[in-house]
Structure formats: C-alpha cells, structure tokens
Design a binder for this molecule. Structure first.
Ligand code: F6R
Length: 259
C-alpha cells in the first residue's frame, strides 16, 4: 500500500486529482470506478477545472459508480445519480451512455445488482477505482462483516452510516435503509485503487485499514491484499498511524519515492 500524507485536505485533493488526470491522459479509455460523498466533491471540482482549463478529456472513459440507495430514482435530489450529474457528469465530456450507476428504483433490486456486476465484468472490470472511507471502515456500502469476497448486492446500512449521510437529506429518517453496492470482491478486481480520507475523525479507521488486522470488521482492511493501492490522506487523518514516520520517509510530502 502506498501511503501519501499531505499537509491538508486541499493539498490531498490536488494530489489525488493529479493522479486521476495522469491516468486519464495515459489511458483515455480507462474504466473508472467512481465514488460519491463529501470527500469526492472537491476532487470532482478539481477535475472539472482541469477539463475546462487543461484539456482533460473524459470522452473515452467508461464509468461505474460504487453504489446507489435502494428506492431512489435517478432524478431524486438525494440519489447518487443526481450527485454525479451535479458534481461531475454535467460539466465534462463523458458519454452519458457509458456512465453507469445502479438503478435504485429498479423493481427487482437483487436482479439489478446482478445486472450491474455483469456489466462491470463485461467492461473488463474497473481500471482505476476511487474510494472514500466510512467512519466504520466501509468502502462502497460494504458495512462491517461484509464478505471480503462479496460482489454487487443489496446491503442494509448501519446506523453510523445513516447518521453520517443524514446531512444530505431533509430529515434523518429519509435516509434509505438499503443500498446496492459493488462488493469487496468487485473492488478487489480493479487494476488500481485510489482511496482518500481526510480529517481527525477518520484517524482511527485509517490506522485500522492500513495497519490493523485483515478483518471483515473493517472492510477497508481488505485493501491490504490488493497489489496496487494508493491512500491519500491529510495529516489529521494520519494521526493514529504507528508507522507514519516511515510513510513520510518514503514519500516526503506525499511525493513519489526517490529511487
Ligand atoms: C460513496 C461511498 C462511501 C463514501 C464514504 C465516505 O459512494 O461509497 O463509501 O465514500 O462513506 O464518505 P464521505 O466522503 O462523505 O466521508
């Protein structure tokens, strides 16, 4: 795992967006795995600026988002479809026909999950997967005790996740109880993973993910088995890492290692 520690969230966003832009310039036909949530908003804003000012193109990209709430149609203002249009898709040259999210309003959510997993496989699996990190260690909506081999399916959200996401809804009780999410196994098949986490509130879970035991109790710890993971964090989120000095020695200020 490559651990890049940046001074603050702004610098971490710059670093992460730079890595994504570099990948898209090298491989314009990348299959991108996308995430939603507060952490990603600034990353997408930065990518939009690169699109407008530096010619970064999404025209060759196919994308698959990690998850969607069961019961919310794509035009629902709290759906992840809506989030993605608002924060990225409407502002770049991505082909809407190749930008995929699960349909939260599908009449048979389990069949929709199976269809989504098949579509990811059909596309050749994810090339670069972006991830945020839940306070309870979730990636996508793979809540603690999710199978480390899981594929796209329906998950019941924990109280902690519903509380954390209540800020996006008019009333806390409006947060859906179920979501369709890529599985940990689906994410593990990605060629490369880029995870972002900021702030002191995530320091303990960041340490559990990077240095804790491999356990379904912290789904993100499954990334320890992946061959190409980059974790971009700010100093606050790095606060509980035992080997922090080592990560900063290898990657001073989040730069590439000098060999
Ligand atoms: C979003 C997702 C979640 C979030 C995580 C962190 O599609 O799957 O795993 O990435 O909950 O959310 P923020 O960035 O709001 O702290």
């Amino acid at each position: 795992m490559k651990v890049l520690i940046l001074p603050d969230a702004g610098a971490a966003t710059e670093r992460a967006a730079g890595l994504i832009a570099e990948r898209l310039r090298d491989r314009p036909e990348t299959v991108l795995g996308l995430a939603t949530g507060g952490t990603m908003e600034a990353v997408y804003a930065r990518l939009i600026r690169d699109h407008r000012g530096a010619g970064l193109s999404f025209a060759g990209v196919t994308s698959f988002n990690l998850d969607e709430y069961v019961g919310l149609a794509p035009d629902h203002p709290c759906s992840y479809w809506h989030y993605m249009r608002h924060h990225l898709f409407d502002h770049v040259d991505i082909d809407p026909g190749r930008a995929h999210l699960p349909r939260g309003d599908a009449p048979d959510p389990e069949a929709e999950a199976a269809r989504y997993e098949a579509a990811i496989r059909e596309a050749g699996d994810i090339g670069l997967q972006l991830l945020g990190l839940g306070l309870n260690g979730h990636i996508g909506f793979n809540e603690p005790t999710s199978s480390l081999n899981s594929v796209t399916r329906i998950k019941t959200l924990t109280r902690s996740t519903r509380d954390a996401n209540a800020r996006f809804f008019a009333r806390p009780e409006d947060v859906p109880r179920l979501a369709i999410t890529m599985g940990i196994g689906t994410i593990a098949r990605a060629s490369e993973v880029l995870l972002l986490a900021y702030g002191a509130a995530k320091a303990q879970v960041v340490a559990a993910m990077i240095e804790g035991p491999l356990t379904a109790a912290c789904p993100a710890s499954a990334l320890q088995l992946h061959r190409k993971v980059t974790v971009v964090i700010d100093r606050a989120a790095a606060g509980a890492l035992r080997l922090r000095d080592y990560y900063e020695l290898v990657h001073p200020d989040g730069r590439e290692a000098e060999i």
